[in-house]
Design a protein around this ligand. Structure first.
Ligand SMILES: NC(=O)c1ccc[n+]([C@@H]2O[C@H](COP(=O)([O-])OP(=O)(O)OC[C@H]3O[C@@H](n4cnc5c(N)ncnc54)[C@H](OP(=O)(O)O)[C@@H]3O)[C@@H](O)[C@H]2O)c1
Length: 322
């Protein structure tokens, strides 16, 4: 296998950490650019062939400097919520940044980009999140040529240790006594395991058949949100009555919660949930991966913990202070 020199953006996050760990284990050299090195260094610096660089990824000169001498770029930057409410933050992270990345790649001769998008990203999707993800995808694929090839990945919700989906519901269940009001309870998901996503990235690195392609990534089973939250409660060993909210109350909950620190739920999230996050087909056969089930993985990281002592920790987690 070719040993690559890879520059990752968004490499300090949930998916990035798993992907960087796997790439290093395979002998690749990995450079991760982060906005805050001090905060992220403990997790990643133990990896022997990884360097963690602090820099402003929106600065073209920084991008050129860090991409120089690399053969591959991986863009994992993404946000579920923005500071404001008009889509500017989404536009910056999901459209402007990919544009700057491909420009820098082409200027310094990086030939390959693996790009993270999202399932059902499309120009006419109901949320800023999905619309800007679609535009970012278009931006990176529109500049492909013989010297620059792109592969995009479009996963449903991703689960695994330190995910924000299963762990967020676990934290919410811990701080909510008796009854749990759940927005959009019938929205459907097909959660995919982070290591399966990572393996798809890894296997596409050198496989020319994946060049120029966009892959939807889903796990083996479809669940409603209500089923997922019930399952999380069951694994945690807590009893909660899950009260499904109708459309009006779901929207109201989003409108209120988007004013809390860390925006645990927002109107843009609510709009994304109007589309079922499920795939038309199974895991792309080209990767030869049999995707893992939720039930085989979640109990390995979602532990039963005493509720009372955990409540403040859960609140800090929800406010993204942990
Ligand atoms: N997790 C899922 O269920 C899921 C599902 C579908 C698609 N995705 C996509 O997969 C990618 C990775 O997801 P993840 O769960 O690993 O995300 P994550 O844990 O939140 O990590 C995102 C990374 O992006 C960087 N970042 C965040 N906001 C940024 C901003 N405004 N400007 C520049 N950099 C920023 C952060 O790096 P620094 O703070 O170190 O700079 C962080 O390491 C994202 O593009 C996401 O949209 C995720």
């Amino acid at each position: 296998m070719t040993q690559h020199k890879i520059c990752m953006l968004g490499g300090t996050g949930f998916v990035g950490h798993s992907l960087a760990t796997r790439l290093v284990a395979l002998g690749h050299r990995v450079r991760v650019i982060t906005r805050r090195r001090e905060r992220k260094k403990h997790d990643l610096l133990v990896l022997p062939t990884l360097e963690l660089i602090e820099g402003d990824v929106y600065n073209p000169a920084v991008l050129r400097q860090q991409l120089e001498g690399m053969d591959t770029a991986i863009n994992l930057v993404g946000i579920l919520n923005e500071r404001g409410r008009r889509g500017k933050g989404f536009e910056r992270a999901h459209v402007e940044l990919p544009r700057k990345i491909v420009n820098a790649c082409r200027e310094v001769g990086v030939a390959r980009l693996l790009h993270m998008s999202a399932l059902h990203a499309s120009m006419d999707a109901p949320s800023y999140y999905l619309r800007t993800k679609a535009r970012g995808e278009e931006v990176v694929h529109s500049v492909e040529n013989d010297e620059f090839s792109v592969t995009s990945f479009r996963p449903s919700v991703i689960f695994g240790p330190h995910d924000s989906f299963i762990n967020r519901f676990a934290a919410l269940l811990r701080i909510t006594p008796l009854a749990f009001p759940l927005a959009c309870p019938e929205s459907r998901f097909q959660p995919v395991y982070v290591q399966d996503v990572v393996e798809a990235f890894v296997r596409s690195l050198d496989d020319h058949h994946t060049f120029g392609q966009r892959y939807d990534l889903c796990g083996p089973r479809v669940y409603s949100l209500r089923e997922l939250v019930s399952y999380v409660a069951e694994v945690m060993g807590v009893r909660r009555k899950i009260i499904g909210l109708n459309a009006g109350l779901s929207k109201l909950q989003a409108a209120v919660l988007e004013f809390l620190p860390g925006k645990p739920f927002s109107l843009d999230n609510y709009r994304s949930l109007q589309l079922d996050s499920v795939c038309d087909k199974g895991f792309p056969p080209i990767f030869a991966i049999e995707p893992s089930t939720l039930e085989s993985i979640v109990p390995t990281y979602l532990v039963r913990r005493p509720l009372r002592s955990d409540r403040y920790s859960s609140m800090r987690q929800l406010a993204r202070r942990e």
